[in-house]
Ligand binder design. Structure first.
Ligand SMILES: *Cc1c(COP(=O)(O)O)cnc(C)c1O
Length: 635
């Protein structure tokens, strides 16, 4: 039974789906979200979810689509190739994937595999990341860039990588690293390939503006850069210097900032060439953004350019400077991470309950004989509020409620009076909400009303584990019901997670103008109601933390086949409770022993029977091996 028919076109518009999806997701005619890895291929996301649930897998989980990763690698490389053809640029383009954005095996392997034909490489920022990258099969020309501060072990590992035939480039992030590299290269007898990171004075835009500029954490200044050239000349090793590296931060929202930075980087490249260096690669770093809200603006959750425009502007700018400075056009390297990975995964969270001021008990408790005057004042407001006076009356009610609470604290208002007063206030809220819902413009003083009245949809997930950037830096992600998109959403909601942290909530949602305080959702019915959290494939998997010991969530790797079919290539179960507890320094044996000892004592005291002990230990053991998230059964 579908109440209130509403078209899927309206749903697409309401949730801005075509604006942020980049063509990877769409709503079908039955009102269901689909993933569309290429024009002829699509699958209903809820079908995959239903199958996993049927198999007995617990939610929440992440669906990963390797074809989307491969598609993004292709789009990035082909955008650059197209720009190179168009401008008749003499150099090449080669990307590297900075694995810090997502080191999950499926992600790195899918990118390495799809990138092989483009000689797309990898970037490591630590010893552990380098160890992981060295084990990947890569095109012999593909770069393996080593960024980040380095000790001798890091440098040695990088040098051995060259002996394995890999195109490893060690980036100097601070001046003293040069001597370390020279020393280890001598000791190992391996000729290094060196890059040097330059502190551009240009800055990014958006939330990572501080990554660039003179105060940046990484990089050399102009004088240090020239000293590197001199020192390498002395060693007769200037040919080892192959790359200039720059990076002005992630999610650059404004294409003009990118052009300014690329111009400065290319001028620097030309300057190094003039100083005698024979560089080959110009690395422009990351920063290629993702339009999370689909607004195509310089808002922090958006970008005012497309992938094609990015590639064209970079190639054009490098060429322009090279022509003016008469230097050979370099191989352009970009370290795009966010843009390659954001789209590939969808976090699926079930709504497990709904609460809110309009859903709590709505009866108004009866008045007592000596009802306090302040409660009577609220009665008056409720009785006399009309569409003509509601603004004024609403403000009166807000004041009265405040007074009610103050009087309660002082002992002048009884608990039953407080209960009646609050119920009256909520009834007033509901009345005002009805009056406002017909109006086009909500008066400023009532703007918060929507948020106050909103339902809280309780979702079975941890924000801190699965969407840390929403908590830490207010990053926005598109959140869409997986089905019922042919039905008008009748509720306005905010989302809360299941951690015991009041910060574990989502109260900001994407909008084409600014941000929305509430998300339109459907009234959950008898069927499970699932939300998809989209574009969360970059950074979230690694930055997530184990608040309340909610662990890594389960994930399915899904390949889409023709005819709406799909294949679940792999299902990886999320972390078990035991793993989470052990990661805090406890041991499973110790836990079980403690419970057994306590149970034995309890039996002696007569609190527990032998049979109950067996059952209890069974339940305890089962939870240690269980998923950390809620696993509700029917009441
Ligand atoms: C983090 C980082 C990147 C990745 O940036 P994105 O904006 O995710 O593409 C690239 N290069 C360096 C040096 C980085 O630190």
């Amino acid at each position: 039974m579908k109440a209130d028919k509403f078209s899927v076109t309206e749903a697409a518009e309401l949730y801005s789906i075509p604006n942020w999806s980049g063509g990877w997701f769409r709503v079908n005619d039955d009102g269901e979200m689909e993933v569309t890895p290429s024009p002829g291929l699509s699958v209903v996301i809820k079908d995959v979810v239903d199958e996993l649930v049927e198999r007995g897998e617990s939610m929440p989980f992440i669906l990963r689509f390797p074809q989307v990763l491969a598609g993004r690698v292709k789009q990035l490389n082909e955008s650059f190739h197209k720009a190179i053809d168009e401008y008749n640029y003499k150099g090449a383009y080669q990307g590297v994937f900075p694995i810090k954005v997502n080191q999950r095996r499926l992600v790195v392997e899918s990118i390495a595999q799809a990138g092989y034909q483009y000689a797309h490489g990898l970037e490591a920022g630590s010893k552990a990341e380098l160890a992981l990258c060295l084990a990947q099969k890569m095109h012999p020309d593909a770069l393996l860039c080593c960024n980040g501060f380095k000790d001798d072990g890091f440098i040695k590992l990088a040098l051995w990588g060259r002996s394995l035939g890999k195109n490893v480039v060690i980036t100097i992030e601070k001046f003293s690293e040069l001597e370390r590299i020279l020393k280890q290269a001598r000791a190992l007898g391996v000729k290094p390939a060196i890059g040097v990171r330059f502190k551009l004075h240009a800055r990014g835009s958006g939330q990572w503006e501080e990554s660039g500029g003179d105060q940046a954490k990484f990089g050399l200044n102009a004088y240090e850069l020239l000293q590197v050239v001199e020192r390498l000349k002395e060693e007769n090793m200037l040919d080892s210097l192959v790359m200039l590296h720059t990076h002005i931060g992630s999610q650059i929202t404004d294409i003009r900032r990118i052009k300014v930075a690329v111009r400065e980087a290319t001028q620097t490249y030309a300057g190094l060439m003039a100083a005698g260096a024979s560089l080959k690669y110009l690395n422009i770093g990351g920063g290629l953004g993702v339009d999370y809200d689909g607004s195509k603006t310089t808002f922090y959750a958006s970008t005012n350019y497309t992938l094609a425009e990015y590639a064209a502007d970079v190639v054009y700018t490098v060429q322009e400077v090279c022509k003016a400075r008469q230097v050979a056009e370099p191989t352009i390297i970009s370290e795009s991470g966010r843009a390659l990975t954001a789209h590939h995964s969808v976090l699926i969270v079930p709504v497990v309950d709904v609460t809110g001021p309009t859903r709590n008990l709505q009866d108004i408790p009866p008045a007592s004989e000596d009802t306090h005057q302040i409660v009577k004042d609220l009665e008056d407001v409720l009785e006399n509020i009309t569409t003509r006076n509601y603004r004024e009356m609403y403000n009166d009610a807000v004041g009265d409620k405040q007074t009610l609470h103050n009087l309660f604290d002082l002992g002048y208002v009884s608990l039953p009076d407080r209960a009646r007063g609050e119920a009256l206030f909520n009834a007033i809220l509901r009345k005002v909400a009805k009056m406002v819902s017909g109006e086009k413009y909500v008066p400023d003083e009532l703007e918060d009303l929507q948020k106050v009245l909103a339902d809280k949809y309780i979702c079975n997930f941890s924000l801190f584990q699965s969407l840390p950037d929403n908590w830490a830096i207010q990053a926005l992600f598109p959140i869409i019901p997986l089905s019922r998109l042919d039905e008008k959403p009748t509720r306005q909601a905010t989302l809360v997670d299941i951690t015991c942290d009041s910060d574990g909530k989502i109260e900001k949602f994407i909008d084409l103008r600014d941000v929305r305080a509430t998300l339109p959702l459907h009234e959950p019915g008898d069927e499970p109601y699932y939300l998809g959290i989209f574009l969360a494939g970059a950074y979230q998997d690694v930055l997530g933390s184990a608040h309340n010991l909610f662990g890594k969530v389960s994930e399915a790797h899904v390949t889409v086949r023709s005819g709406g079919r799909y294949h679940i290539d792999l299902f990886v179960r999320g972390q078990k409770a035991r793993r989470m507890i052990e990661s805090m320094g406890y041991e499973e044996g110790m836990l079980r022993e403690s419970i057994e000892d306590q149970a034995d004592e309890a039996i002696k005291e007569g609190w527990l029977t032998d049979q109950q002990e067996v059952e209890m230990l069974e339940d305890y053991g089962e939870e240690l091996l269980g998923y950390t998230y809620l696993e509700y059964e029917e009441i």
